[in-house]
Design a binder for this molecule. Structure first.
Ligand SMILES: Nc1ncnc2c1ncn2[C@@H]1O[C@H](COP(=O)(O)OP(=O)(O)OP(=O)(O)O)[C@@H](O)[C@H]1O
Ligand SMILES: [Mg+2]
Length: 242
């Protein structure tokens, strides 16, 4: 089905989810337009990773609705969401250290038609010249930062419409954080939407169009990323929850 330009790429409403009897998300509503970069901020334990897991089908949505590209995500599961153009790089994602960089990327493209797989790998590598140069080396030879880049590149092999990144810069030096976020900026230019979970607020805002903040499983703020005074508004939104 064709979607009009005005229609959001991701449109979720009143989403509830959690783990067993523990409810973590208490009715989250959010949308992302095609090609938009959206930051998802919030304190530890707010439910950011849980929201990404729910969208990508790793955990079930117990109530509410989730639509992607005009289609319901309900019950699709992680493979179904990937096939529809939704890539999720999970928090603390690990690469296969025994495999080469190239094979790590081929493995990430398991659902891509065989005839297209190599071209997709090459396309993903264009974003990261520093790992392209090490394509035949084992993953274990990469620095921590390069491993993070490889994890992001694995998402790009799927050529997603929406790439969800859960703290891609965790543990990286400031220079490498900038490097990873520069790729997010490039993706926006290329028309790929990104949902970015990030602890470094200022850095996240600098590459984002809009921002949502979660606290205790609820959206407590939704604003354009260039709103003056946003860091102070965020702080107040978190405090008001307590
Ligand atoms: N596998 C799990 N089983 C049970 N509870 C969980 C599980 N994973 C997370 N939780 C709980 O769900 C809540 C939200 O966790 P979540 O990991 O989504 O937060 P977060 O916003 O991503 O935090 P952080 O910034 O630390 O990554 C927390 O109370 C956490 O303890
Ligand atoms: Mg998390």
């Amino acid at each position: 089905m064709l979607t009009s330009v005005a229609e959001p790429l991701l449109d979720i409403a009143d989403v509830h989810s959690g783990y067993g009897k523990i409810v973590v998300l208490h009715g989250v509503t959010m949308h992302i337009k095609p090609g938009e970069v959206v930051a998802l901020l919030g304190p530890n334990g707010a439910g950011k990773s849980t929201l990404l897991r729910t969208i990508s089908g790793l955990i079930a949505c117990s109530a509410g609705s989730m639509r992607f590209s005009g289609e319901s995500l309900g019950g699709l599961g992680p493979r179904g969401t990937v096939q529809r153009g939704l890539a999720h790089i999970i928090e603390g994602h690990r690469i296969f250290t025994q495999q080469t960089v190239y094979d790590n990327l081929l493995l990430a493209g398991y659902d891509v038609p065989r005839s297209e797989r190599k071209a997709r790998v090459e396309e993903a590598l264009t974003y990261f010249p520093e790992i392209a140069a090490k394509r035949n080396d084992a993953g274990s030879t990469l620095s921590g930062g390069q491993q993070q880049m490889l994890a992001v590149a694995q998402g790009l092999v799927q050529k997603p419409k929406l790439l969800m990144l859960d703290e891609p810069s965790a543990g990286l030096s400031p220079v490498l954080v900038d490097r990873v976020l520069a790729v997010v900026d490039q993706l926006r230019v290329a028309g790929t939407a990104v949902l970015l979970v990030e602890q470094l607020i200022e850095k996240a805002l600098s590459v984002s169009d809009r921002v949502y903040a979660l606290a205790q499983g609820r959206v407590v703020l939704e604003q354009p990323a260039n709103l003056p005074d946003l860091p102070r508004l965020l702080e107040r939104a978190y405090l008001d929850q307590n």
